[in-house]
Design a protein around this ligand. Sequence first.
Ligand SMILES: [Cu+2]
Length: 501
Amino acid sequence: MATKVYTDYFFDEPAFNTHDGGYIPLEVYDAPEKPLAVPPLLKPDKETATDTYYTVIAQTGESQLVPGAKTKTWGYNAPLLGQTIVFQRGKHIHINLKNELPELTTFHWHGLDVSGPITDGGCHAPVYPGETNQIDFTLEQPASLSWLHAHPCPSTAVQVWHGLATGVIIKDDVEAKLPFPRNYGVDDIPLILQDRRFHENNQWDYKADYDPDGVQGPTALINGTVNPYFDVTTQRLRLRFLDGANRREWRLHFSDDLEFTQIASDGGVLPEPVYLTKLMLTCAERAEVIVDFGKYKPGDEVTLYTDDVPLVKFKIHDFKPDNTKLPDHLVTIDDPDPSPDTPIRKITMDGMDEEVALNGKKFDMSRIDARQEVGTAQYWDITNTNSTKDGMVHPFHVHGTQFTIVSRNGHEPYPNEHGLKDTVGVNPKETVRIKVRFDLTGVYMYHCHIIEHEDGGMMAQIESYDPKHPRQYHLMDMNTLMNAFAKERGVDRKDLWMPGM
Ligand SMILES: [Cu+2]
């Protein structure tokens, strides 16, 4: 049987960001090409058979991104973005979270099944400048690419814009047995897709670029590299895409309409490989693909594009023939249905610009909006109430779990949506049904991942509770955080610039 190859982006074309009033098209920056930066792997402080210890430092720095002056940037254990952190499933992980920034931040583990609201690192877990907090957890979830990013409300967007985002790779024994490339930096590379505008003296200026529907810039940065190329030395290359942009969608395809194979989504390996020529990612989504360069010869170049803009040039060198075929079945996903009497949770993503809300309400840190019993599955119907004419795709994200997508407006999800997800793009006037289960008790945020929308209040929180062990949570309040930001930035509280508030 011939394998089906999908050749479209699946999402509703009228909702693509290219139709936004404030859309900023990407342009090729006038600078020489540079080798793609591949973030180094973060070395553990200590490792035993059962435990691994890390120190993650949020720091300021300077980065030579374009010719001329260096750009002031932030990162994790690096001047920009960060070192890639690797967690082995089942190991007990201990992390020192050190803040060397001039202001408070939080360390949010996007995609990790860890308890909220503290370990998860949302807005309730600030680390103040000069301080170090400790967390520890054991992951019981499949191998995947997740990520770490700042999440202090309502200042998530600007901190991510400064560069606080890095890849987190989870490894397990199931993925290790599959015939995938996994030589990090050689045939297995993360590609963090972002965009920025270089202002005077090559600096980024979040305030100047501010747009309540999501901040964009005309220059693409891939792992922080402008105009990158990558030297291909193996026939098959595994690319782990992460949309790390505040607002931008990426519509990825290669020159020659080169076919590629999606093997994983946000939360891990797909049940079956999916063959594609086009792939669209909304903010915070991940996709792992294998590209086979078998038909190319040394000296050839293959270009990765988004829409019609080149992102990465792959320069083909000599490689050993590798005709590994993927099995038709990759993994089985443990995904029990809710019991029939479980009500369906209804969530609406409302409005645009400053009017954004979730279920008609703006976010309140000290309010718990919903409760769900730990360990039990429930259907959530996520509806984007924007108009189909000038609405947008809102990427819906839930902390502390990986869900499955059941349907889109009652129809099958997209062909590459049969795996675990923590973020799903919802088209205007669409209802996406997802199946959600929390395996740990705690308080978890759920929100739009256009980061200016979450800062703007398109966010809420749910308590996963154990009826036998009721708990009280002492949640942070916005005043405490706002006063701290004002003090750290040396301004009066009333002069604090907090867009979205
Ligand atoms: Cu949104």
